[in-house]
Design a protein around this ligand. Structure first.
Ligand SMILES: CC(=O)N[C@H]1[C@@H](OP(=O)(O)OP(=O)(O)OC[C@H]2O[C@@H](n3ccc(=O)[nH]c3=O)[C@H](O)[C@@H]2O)O[C@H](CO)[C@@H](O)[C@@H]1O
Ligand SMILES: C=C(OP(=O)(O)O)C(=O)O
Length: 418
Protein backbone atom coordinates (compact mmCIF):
# COMPACT_ATOMS: atom_id res chain seq x y z
CA UNK A 1 0.00 0.00 0.00
CA UNK A 2 1.36 3.41 -0.95
CA UNK A 3 1.10 6.49 1.29
CA UNK A 4 1.83 10.17 0.95
CA UNK A 5 3.96 11.82 3.60
CA UNK A 6 3.47 15.58 3.81
CA UNK A 7 5.52 17.98 5.96
CA UNK A 8 3.60 21.14 6.77
CA UNK A 9 4.67 24.77 6.92
CA UNK A 10 5.88 25.54 3.37
CA UNK A 11 4.38 28.40 1.34
CA UNK A 12 3.77 27.18 -2.21
CA UNK A 13 5.55 29.25 -4.83
CA UNK A 14 6.20 28.96 -8.56
CA UNK A 15 4.28 27.60 -11.52
CA UNK A 16 2.07 24.58 -12.06
CA UNK A 17 0.69 23.28 -15.37
CA UNK A 18 -2.83 21.93 -15.34
CA UNK A 19 -3.61 18.65 -17.11
CA UNK A 20 -6.57 17.68 -19.30
CA UNK A 21 -9.96 17.48 -17.56
CA UNK A 22 -10.61 14.04 -16.07
CA UNK A 23 -14.38 14.44 -16.23
CA UNK A 24 -14.27 15.44 -19.90
CA UNK A 25 -11.75 12.74 -20.86
CA UNK A 26 -13.78 9.93 -19.25
CA UNK A 27 -16.82 10.99 -21.32
CA UNK A 28 -15.00 11.66 -24.60
CA UNK A 29 -13.20 8.29 -24.55
CA UNK A 30 -16.44 6.24 -24.55
CA UNK A 31 -18.16 8.80 -26.84
CA UNK A 32 -15.60 7.91 -29.50
CA UNK A 33 -17.23 4.50 -30.05
CA UNK A 34 -20.16 6.31 -31.72
CA UNK A 35 -17.96 6.38 -34.81
CA UNK A 36 -16.18 3.47 -36.45
CA UNK A 37 -13.46 5.90 -37.58
CA UNK A 38 -10.20 6.51 -35.75
CA UNK A 39 -10.18 9.24 -33.09
CA UNK A 40 -7.07 10.95 -31.76
CA UNK A 41 -7.79 12.60 -28.42
CA UNK A 42 -5.10 14.94 -27.16
CA UNK A 43 -4.44 16.32 -23.66
CA UNK A 44 -5.63 13.12 -21.96
CA UNK A 45 -4.34 13.08 -18.36
CA UNK A 46 -2.26 10.13 -17.17
CA UNK A 47 -4.52 9.20 -14.25
CA UNK A 48 -6.03 6.00 -12.90
CA UNK A 49 -9.56 6.61 -14.25
CA UNK A 50 -8.15 7.02 -17.76
CA UNK A 51 -6.12 3.81 -17.44
CA UNK A 52 -9.24 2.03 -16.20
CA UNK A 53 -11.22 3.30 -19.15
CA UNK A 54 -8.46 2.17 -21.50
CA UNK A 55 -8.77 -1.33 -19.96
CA UNK A 56 -12.56 -1.27 -20.30
CA UNK A 57 -12.33 -0.28 -23.97
CA UNK A 58 -9.71 -2.92 -24.72
CA UNK A 59 -11.80 -5.56 -23.00
CA UNK A 60 -14.73 -4.53 -25.21
CA UNK A 61 -12.56 -5.13 -28.29
CA UNK A 62 -11.56 -1.54 -29.08
CA UNK A 63 -7.99 -0.78 -30.14
CA UNK A 64 -6.68 1.94 -27.78
CA UNK A 65 -3.19 3.40 -27.46
CA UNK A 66 -2.14 6.19 -25.11
CA UNK A 67 1.22 7.86 -25.64
CA UNK A 68 3.40 9.67 -23.09
CA UNK A 69 2.25 13.10 -24.33
CA UNK A 70 -1.36 12.27 -23.57
CA UNK A 71 -2.65 11.49 -27.06
CA UNK A 72 -5.03 8.57 -27.14
CA UNK A 73 -5.78 6.79 -30.40
CA UNK A 74 -9.10 4.97 -30.35
CA UNK A 75 -10.16 2.65 -33.16
CA UNK A 76 -13.50 0.96 -32.58
CA UNK A 77 -14.02 -0.22 -36.18
CA UNK A 78 -13.98 -3.87 -35.06
CA UNK A 79 -16.50 -3.32 -32.25
CA UNK A 80 -19.84 -5.04 -32.97
CA UNK A 81 -21.53 -4.87 -29.55
CA UNK A 82 -21.12 -3.05 -26.25
CA UNK A 83 -21.20 -5.17 -23.13
CA UNK A 84 -19.31 -4.12 -19.97
CA UNK A 85 -19.24 -6.47 -16.99
CA UNK A 86 -19.38 -5.65 -13.27
CA UNK A 87 -15.59 -6.00 -12.86
CA UNK A 88 -15.03 -3.22 -15.37
CA UNK A 89 -18.00 -0.89 -14.95
CA UNK A 90 -18.07 -0.92 -11.16
CA UNK A 91 -14.59 0.60 -10.90
CA UNK A 92 -15.73 4.05 -11.99
CA UNK A 93 -18.71 6.36 -12.40
CA UNK A 94 -18.11 7.35 -15.99
CA UNK A 95 -18.52 3.77 -17.23
CA UNK A 96 -22.20 4.73 -17.55
CA UNK A 97 -21.33 6.74 -20.67
CA UNK A 98 -20.93 3.41 -22.46
CA UNK A 99 -24.71 3.09 -22.18
CA UNK A 100 -25.46 6.24 -24.18
CA UNK A 101 -22.64 5.65 -26.65
CA UNK A 102 -23.34 1.90 -27.09
CA UNK A 103 -27.07 2.48 -27.43
CA UNK A 104 -26.46 5.24 -29.98
CA UNK A 105 -24.23 3.08 -32.17
CA UNK A 106 -25.71 -0.42 -31.80
CA UNK A 107 -29.26 0.30 -30.50
CA UNK A 108 -28.48 -2.31 -27.87
CA UNK A 109 -26.18 -2.25 -24.87
CA UNK A 110 -25.44 -4.07 -21.59
CA UNK A 111 -23.43 -2.30 -18.91
CA UNK A 112 -23.13 -3.19 -15.22
CA UNK A 113 -24.17 -0.53 -12.70
CA UNK A 114 -21.48 2.18 -12.39
CA UNK A 115 -19.17 2.73 -9.39
CA UNK A 116 -17.37 6.01 -8.56
CA UNK A 117 -16.79 8.11 -5.46
CA UNK A 118 -18.91 7.16 -2.48
CA UNK A 119 -20.40 10.61 -1.87
CA UNK A 120 -24.13 9.93 -1.84
CA UNK A 121 -26.84 7.79 -3.41
CA UNK A 122 -26.08 8.84 -7.03
CA UNK A 123 -29.20 7.51 -8.83
CA UNK A 124 -29.34 7.25 -12.65
CA UNK A 125 -33.11 7.65 -13.10
CA UNK A 126 -32.69 10.75 -15.29
CA UNK A 127 -30.36 8.88 -17.67
CA UNK A 128 -32.96 6.11 -17.95
CA UNK A 129 -35.80 8.59 -18.44
CA UNK A 130 -33.85 10.05 -21.36
CA UNK A 131 -33.08 6.71 -23.01
CA UNK A 132 -36.73 5.67 -22.69
CA UNK A 133 -37.92 8.95 -24.19
CA UNK A 134 -35.73 8.19 -27.22
CA UNK A 135 -37.50 4.85 -27.62
CA UNK A 136 -35.28 2.43 -25.72
CA UNK A 137 -36.54 -0.34 -23.46
CA UNK A 138 -34.47 -0.29 -20.27
CA UNK A 139 -34.20 -3.19 -17.82
CA UNK A 140 -32.05 -3.44 -14.70
CA UNK A 141 -31.46 -7.01 -13.56
CA UNK A 142 -28.74 -8.49 -11.36
CA UNK A 143 -26.91 -5.15 -11.33
CA UNK A 144 -26.79 -4.91 -15.14
CA UNK A 145 -28.46 -2.16 -17.17
CA UNK A 146 -29.80 -3.44 -20.52
CA UNK A 147 -31.12 -1.04 -23.14
CA UNK A 148 -32.59 -1.99 -26.51
CA UNK A 149 -34.38 -0.03 -29.23
CA UNK A 150 -35.74 -0.90 -32.66
CA UNK A 151 -34.75 2.63 -33.53
CA UNK A 152 -34.02 5.79 -31.56
CA UNK A 153 -36.24 8.77 -32.29
CA UNK A 154 -35.56 12.33 -31.10
CA UNK A 155 -37.68 13.60 -28.20
CA UNK A 156 -38.10 16.52 -25.80
CA UNK A 157 -36.61 15.57 -22.43
CA UNK A 158 -36.92 17.72 -19.32
CA UNK A 159 -34.43 16.75 -16.60
CA UNK A 160 -35.96 16.84 -13.12
CA UNK A 161 -32.52 17.50 -11.62
CA UNK A 162 -29.57 19.21 -13.25
CA UNK A 163 -27.35 16.22 -13.96
CA UNK A 164 -24.01 16.30 -15.76
CA UNK A 165 -24.07 12.54 -16.34
CA UNK A 166 -27.65 12.43 -17.65
CA UNK A 167 -27.11 15.44 -19.94
CA UNK A 168 -24.00 13.89 -21.51
CA UNK A 169 -25.46 10.38 -21.71
CA UNK A 170 -28.63 11.61 -23.46
CA UNK A 171 -26.51 13.63 -25.91
CA UNK A 172 -24.53 10.46 -26.71
CA UNK A 173 -27.67 8.40 -27.30
CA UNK A 174 -29.31 11.15 -29.39
CA UNK A 175 -26.62 12.12 -31.92
CA UNK A 176 -27.46 9.18 -34.23
CA UNK A 177 -31.22 9.15 -33.49
CA UNK A 178 -33.83 10.07 -36.09
CA UNK A 179 -35.02 13.68 -35.77
CA UNK A 180 -34.33 16.27 -33.10
CA UNK A 181 -33.81 15.82 -29.38
CA UNK A 182 -34.18 18.72 -26.98
CA UNK A 183 -32.75 18.45 -23.46
CA UNK A 184 -34.30 20.99 -21.11
CA UNK A 185 -32.79 21.91 -17.73
CA UNK A 186 -29.49 20.54 -19.04
CA UNK A 187 -26.25 20.77 -17.04
CA UNK A 188 -23.96 23.61 -18.17
CA UNK A 189 -20.63 22.33 -16.82
CA UNK A 190 -17.52 22.94 -18.97
CA UNK A 191 -17.18 19.23 -19.71
CA UNK A 192 -20.75 19.08 -21.11
CA UNK A 193 -19.62 21.70 -23.64
CA UNK A 194 -16.37 19.83 -24.29
CA UNK A 195 -18.20 16.59 -25.07
CA UNK A 196 -20.64 18.45 -27.36
CA UNK A 197 -17.69 20.03 -29.20
CA UNK A 198 -16.08 16.61 -29.60
CA UNK A 199 -19.32 15.13 -30.96
CA UNK A 200 -19.63 18.01 -33.43
CA UNK A 201 -16.03 17.41 -34.51
CA UNK A 202 -17.12 13.82 -35.34
CA UNK A 203 -19.93 15.21 -37.52
CA UNK A 204 -22.78 15.49 -35.00
CA UNK A 205 -25.17 18.45 -34.85
CA UNK A 206 -25.35 19.54 -31.18
CA UNK A 207 -26.25 23.14 -30.35
CA UNK A 208 -26.75 25.02 -27.11
CA UNK A 209 -24.32 23.10 -24.89
CA UNK A 210 -23.37 25.43 -22.05
CA UNK A 211 -26.96 26.72 -21.81
CA UNK A 212 -29.83 24.88 -20.17
CA UNK A 213 -31.41 23.89 -23.49
CA UNK A 214 -29.45 21.58 -25.78
CA UNK A 215 -30.73 20.71 -29.28
CA UNK A 216 -29.40 17.63 -31.03
CA UNK A 217 -30.31 16.99 -34.66
CA UNK A 218 -29.68 13.34 -35.41
CA UNK A 219 -27.25 12.54 -38.24
CA UNK A 220 -26.79 9.23 -40.12
CA UNK A 221 -23.15 8.66 -39.37
CA UNK A 222 -20.18 10.04 -37.46
CA UNK A 223 -16.53 9.96 -38.50
CA UNK A 224 -13.18 9.91 -36.72
CA UNK A 225 -11.48 13.15 -35.70
CA UNK A 226 -8.68 14.78 -33.73
CA UNK A 227 -9.71 16.64 -30.60
CA UNK A 228 -8.01 18.19 -27.57
CA UNK A 229 -9.55 17.93 -24.08
CA UNK A 230 -10.01 21.19 -22.10
CA UNK A 231 -7.92 21.90 -18.96
CA UNK A 232 -9.12 20.37 -15.70
CA UNK A 233 -11.26 22.94 -13.88
CA UNK A 234 -11.15 20.95 -10.64
CA UNK A 235 -7.41 20.28 -10.67
CA UNK A 236 -6.87 24.01 -11.32
CA UNK A 237 -9.21 24.94 -8.46
CA UNK A 238 -7.38 22.52 -6.16
CA UNK A 239 -4.02 24.25 -6.80
CA UNK A 240 -5.65 27.70 -6.41
CA UNK A 241 -6.98 26.67 -3.01
CA UNK A 242 -3.66 25.06 -2.02
CA UNK A 243 -1.81 28.28 -2.92
CA UNK A 244 -4.23 30.33 -0.83
CA UNK A 245 -4.13 27.91 2.12
CA UNK A 246 -0.32 28.01 2.39
CA UNK A 247 -0.12 31.81 2.03
CA UNK A 248 1.72 31.19 -1.23
CA UNK A 249 2.18 32.84 -4.61
CA UNK A 250 1.47 30.47 -7.50
CA UNK A 251 0.91 30.82 -11.24
CA UNK A 252 -1.57 28.17 -12.37
CA UNK A 253 -1.00 27.70 -16.10
CA UNK A 254 -3.03 26.15 -18.91
CA UNK A 255 -6.42 27.06 -17.45
CA UNK A 256 -9.63 28.65 -18.73
CA UNK A 257 -10.14 31.45 -16.16
CA UNK A 258 -13.87 31.68 -17.00
CA UNK A 259 -14.34 28.11 -15.67
CA UNK A 260 -12.79 29.19 -12.36
CA UNK A 261 -14.86 32.31 -11.68
CA UNK A 262 -16.76 30.91 -8.69
CA UNK A 263 -13.50 29.88 -7.01
CA UNK A 264 -11.81 33.17 -7.86
CA UNK A 265 -14.78 35.07 -6.38
CA UNK A 266 -14.67 33.13 -3.11
CA UNK A 267 -10.89 33.43 -2.75
CA UNK A 268 -11.13 37.20 -3.32
CA UNK A 269 -13.87 37.40 -0.69
CA UNK A 270 -11.42 35.73 1.71
CA UNK A 271 -8.81 38.40 1.02
CA UNK A 272 -6.68 36.48 -1.47
CA UNK A 273 -5.30 38.28 -4.52
CA UNK A 274 -6.29 36.48 -7.73
CA UNK A 275 -5.04 37.85 -11.04
CA UNK A 276 -6.27 36.47 -14.35
CA UNK A 277 -4.12 36.35 -17.47
CA UNK A 278 -5.03 34.81 -20.86
CA UNK A 279 -4.66 31.16 -19.92
CA UNK A 280 -3.21 31.37 -16.44
CA UNK A 281 -4.18 32.59 -13.00
CA UNK A 282 -1.94 33.94 -10.26
CA UNK A 283 -3.01 33.30 -6.68
CA UNK A 284 -1.17 35.41 -4.13
CA UNK A 285 -2.25 35.05 -0.53
CA UNK A 286 -1.55 36.60 2.82
CA UNK A 287 -1.71 34.67 6.06
CA UNK A 288 -4.91 36.32 7.29
CA UNK A 289 -7.82 34.71 5.54
CA UNK A 290 -11.41 35.76 6.23
CA UNK A 291 -14.16 33.20 6.71
CA UNK A 292 -16.81 32.95 3.95
CA UNK A 293 -19.95 30.91 3.34
CA UNK A 294 -20.03 28.41 0.48
CA UNK A 295 -22.94 26.65 -1.20
CA UNK A 296 -22.22 24.05 -3.85
CA UNK A 297 -24.36 24.38 -6.98
CA UNK A 298 -24.41 23.25 -10.60
CA UNK A 299 -22.15 25.32 -12.89
CA UNK A 300 -21.64 28.29 -12.87
CA UNK A 301 -22.10 27.88 -9.10
CA UNK A 302 -19.37 26.69 -6.74
CA UNK A 303 -18.46 23.08 -7.75
CA UNK A 304 -19.17 20.28 -5.31
CA UNK A 305 -15.85 18.70 -6.38
CA UNK A 306 -14.03 21.60 -4.66
CA UNK A 307 -16.13 21.64 -1.50
CA UNK A 308 -13.66 19.43 0.37
CA UNK A 309 -10.46 21.38 -0.48
CA UNK A 310 -12.35 24.62 0.26
CA UNK A 311 -13.47 23.37 3.66
CA UNK A 312 -9.83 22.69 4.55
CA UNK A 313 -8.95 26.24 3.52
CA UNK A 314 -11.74 27.59 5.73
CA UNK A 315 -10.63 25.42 8.67
CA UNK A 316 -7.87 27.91 9.57
CA UNK A 317 -9.57 31.13 8.37
CA UNK A 318 -10.58 33.86 10.86
CA UNK A 319 -14.11 33.30 12.14
CA UNK A 320 -16.96 30.96 11.26
CA UNK A 321 -17.86 29.71 7.78
CA UNK A 322 -20.95 27.79 6.74
CA UNK A 323 -20.52 25.24 3.96
CA UNK A 324 -23.71 23.90 2.36
CA UNK A 325 -23.43 20.82 0.14
CA UNK A 326 -26.47 20.87 -2.10
CA UNK A 327 -25.41 18.25 -4.67
CA UNK A 328 -24.27 15.10 -2.81
CA UNK A 329 -25.69 14.34 0.63
CA UNK A 330 -22.74 12.13 1.62
CA UNK A 331 -19.91 14.50 0.79
CA UNK A 332 -18.93 15.37 4.36
CA UNK A 333 -17.61 11.90 5.27
CA UNK A 334 -14.03 13.17 5.26
CA UNK A 335 -14.70 15.67 8.05
CA UNK A 336 -14.07 13.08 10.77
CA UNK A 337 -10.53 12.61 9.47
CA UNK A 338 -9.97 16.38 9.39
CA UNK A 339 -11.06 16.62 13.01
CA UNK A 340 -8.17 14.30 13.88
CA UNK A 341 -5.92 17.10 12.62
CA UNK A 342 -7.57 19.60 14.96
CA UNK A 343 -10.22 21.11 12.67
CA UNK A 344 -13.32 22.40 14.44
CA UNK A 345 -16.20 21.43 12.13
CA UNK A 346 -19.76 20.45 13.01
CA UNK A 347 -21.80 18.68 10.35
CA UNK A 348 -25.57 18.54 10.38
CA UNK A 349 -27.06 16.97 7.28
CA UNK A 350 -25.96 18.98 4.29
CA UNK A 351 -24.41 21.82 6.31
CA UNK A 352 -20.96 22.06 7.90
CA UNK A 353 -20.18 24.87 10.33
CA UNK A 354 -16.45 25.52 10.26
CA UNK A 355 -14.90 27.43 13.18
CA UNK A 356 -11.47 28.58 12.08
CA UNK A 357 -8.66 27.29 14.33
CA UNK A 358 -5.15 28.75 14.67
CA UNK A 359 -3.50 25.70 13.13
CA UNK A 360 -3.98 22.06 12.16
CA UNK A 361 -1.57 19.41 13.38
CA UNK A 362 -0.21 16.52 11.32
CA UNK A 363 -1.84 13.11 11.83
CA UNK A 364 -2.28 9.74 10.17
CA UNK A 365 -5.42 9.97 8.01
CA UNK A 366 -7.19 7.81 5.48
CA UNK A 367 -8.63 9.07 2.19
CA UNK A 368 -12.38 8.49 1.77
CA UNK A 369 -12.75 9.64 -1.86
CA UNK A 370 -10.90 11.47 -4.63
CA UNK A 371 -11.44 15.11 -3.63
CA UNK A 372 -11.12 14.32 0.07
CA UNK A 373 -7.65 13.06 -0.88
CA UNK A 374 -6.77 16.39 -2.49
CA UNK A 375 -8.19 18.18 0.55
CA UNK A 376 -5.99 16.10 2.89
CA UNK A 377 -2.85 17.03 0.95
CA UNK A 378 -3.75 20.70 1.48
CA UNK A 379 -4.45 20.00 5.17
CA UNK A 380 -1.02 18.35 5.43
CA UNK A 381 0.64 21.36 3.79
CA UNK A 382 -0.78 23.80 6.36
CA UNK A 383 -0.50 21.53 9.40
CA UNK A 384 2.26 21.60 11.95
CA UNK A 385 4.40 18.47 11.65
CA UNK A 386 3.96 15.38 9.52
CA UNK A 387 0.76 14.06 7.92
CA UNK A 388 0.59 10.49 6.70
CA UNK A 389 -2.12 9.99 4.07
CA UNK A 390 -3.33 6.45 3.40
CA UNK A 391 -5.55 4.98 0.67
CA UNK A 392 -4.12 7.36 -1.89
CA UNK A 393 -5.33 5.31 -4.86
CA UNK A 394 -8.39 7.60 -4.71
CA UNK A 395 -6.13 10.61 -5.42
CA UNK A 396 -4.48 8.80 -8.34
CA UNK A 397 -7.92 8.45 -9.97
CA UNK A 398 -7.95 12.15 -10.79
CA UNK A 399 -4.64 13.98 -10.18
CA UNK A 400 -1.79 13.57 -12.65
CA UNK A 401 1.74 13.53 -11.14
CA UNK A 402 0.35 14.93 -7.92
CA UNK A 403 3.42 14.82 -5.69
CA UNK A 404 5.69 15.93 -8.56
CA UNK A 405 3.51 19.01 -9.19
CA UNK A 406 3.31 19.92 -5.50
CA UNK A 407 7.07 19.34 -5.01
CA UNK A 408 7.80 21.72 -7.90
CA UNK A 409 5.92 24.37 -5.90
CA UNK A 410 8.18 23.71 -2.90
CA UNK A 411 5.97 21.28 -0.98
CA UNK A 412 7.63 18.60 1.09
CA UNK A 413 5.68 15.59 -0.07
CA UNK A 414 6.76 12.06 -0.90
CA UNK A 415 5.17 8.74 -1.78
CA UNK A 416 6.30 5.72 0.17
CA UNK A 417 5.35 2.05 0.32
CA UNK A 418 4.32 0.66 3.65
C1 LIG B 1 -17.45 11.63 -14.01
C2 LIG B 1 -18.05 12.94 -13.67
O1 LIG B 1 -18.19 13.82 -14.51
N1 LIG B 1 -18.38 13.12 -12.41
C3 LIG B 1 -18.94 14.38 -11.99
C4 LIG B 1 -20.44 14.36 -12.28
O2 LIG B 1 -20.99 13.27 -11.57
P1 LIG B 1 -22.46 12.78 -11.91
O3 LIG B 1 -22.69 12.95 -13.38
O4 LIG B 1 -22.63 11.45 -11.31
O5 LIG B 1 -23.33 13.85 -11.12
P2 LIG B 1 -24.72 14.47 -11.56
O6 LIG B 1 -24.51 15.84 -12.12
O7 LIG B 1 -25.45 13.49 -12.38
O8 LIG B 1 -25.43 14.61 -10.14
C5 LIG B 1 -26.02 15.81 -9.70
C6 LIG B 1 -27.17 15.52 -8.79
O9 LIG B 1 -28.22 14.89 -9.51
C7 LIG B 1 -28.64 13.71 -8.88
N2 LIG B 1 -29.05 12.76 -9.95
C8 LIG B 1 -28.20 12.52 -11.00
C9 LIG B 1 -28.58 11.68 -12.02
C10 LIG B 1 -29.85 11.07 -11.97
O10 LIG B 1 -30.25 10.32 -12.85
N3 LIG B 1 -30.66 11.34 -10.91
C11 LIG B 1 -30.30 12.18 -9.89
O11 LIG B 1 -31.06 12.40 -8.96
C12 LIG B 1 -27.40 13.25 -8.10
O12 LIG B 1 -27.76 12.40 -7.05
C13 LIG B 1 -26.85 14.58 -7.64
O13 LIG B 1 -27.54 15.01 -6.50
O14 LIG B 1 -21.01 15.60 -11.84
C14 LIG B 1 -20.89 15.83 -10.42
C15 LIG B 1 -21.60 17.14 -10.11
O15 LIG B 1 -20.97 18.20 -10.71
C16 LIG B 1 -19.41 15.85 -10.03
O16 LIG B 1 -19.32 15.90 -8.62
C17 LIG B 1 -18.67 14.61 -10.51
O17 LIG B 1 -17.28 14.80 -10.36
C1 LIG C 1 -16.91 12.68 -7.82
C2 LIG C 1 -15.95 12.64 -8.72
O1 LIG C 1 -15.74 11.66 -9.62
P1 LIG C 1 -16.74 10.46 -10.03
O2 LIG C 1 -17.99 11.11 -10.51
O3 LIG C 1 -15.99 9.78 -11.12
O4 LIG C 1 -16.95 9.60 -8.83
C3 LIG C 1 -14.98 13.76 -8.82
O5 LIG C 1 -14.31 13.89 -9.87
O6 LIG C 1 -14.85 14.53 -7.86
Amino acid sequence: MEKLIVEGGVKLEGQVNISGFKNAAVAIIPASILSAGKCYIENIPHIRDVYLFKDIMQELGVNVELDENGTMMIDSSKLDRCCATYDLANKMRASYYLIGAGLGRFKEVEVAYPGGCNIGTRPIDQHIKGFEALGAKVEIEHGVIRCRAEKLVGAKIYLDVVSVGATINIMLAAVLAEGTTIIENAAKEPHVVDVANFLNMMGADVRGAGTDIIKIKGVDKLHGCTYSVIPDQIEAGTYMIAAAATGGDVFINNVIPKHLESITAKLKEMGVEVIEYGDSIRVKASNNLKSVDIKTLPYPGFPTDLQQPMTVLLSTADGTSVVTESIFEGRFKYVDELKRMGANIKVEGRVAVVEGVKRLSGARISVTDLRAGAAFIIAGLIAEGTTEIENIYHIDRGYEKVEEKFRKLGAKIKRIRG
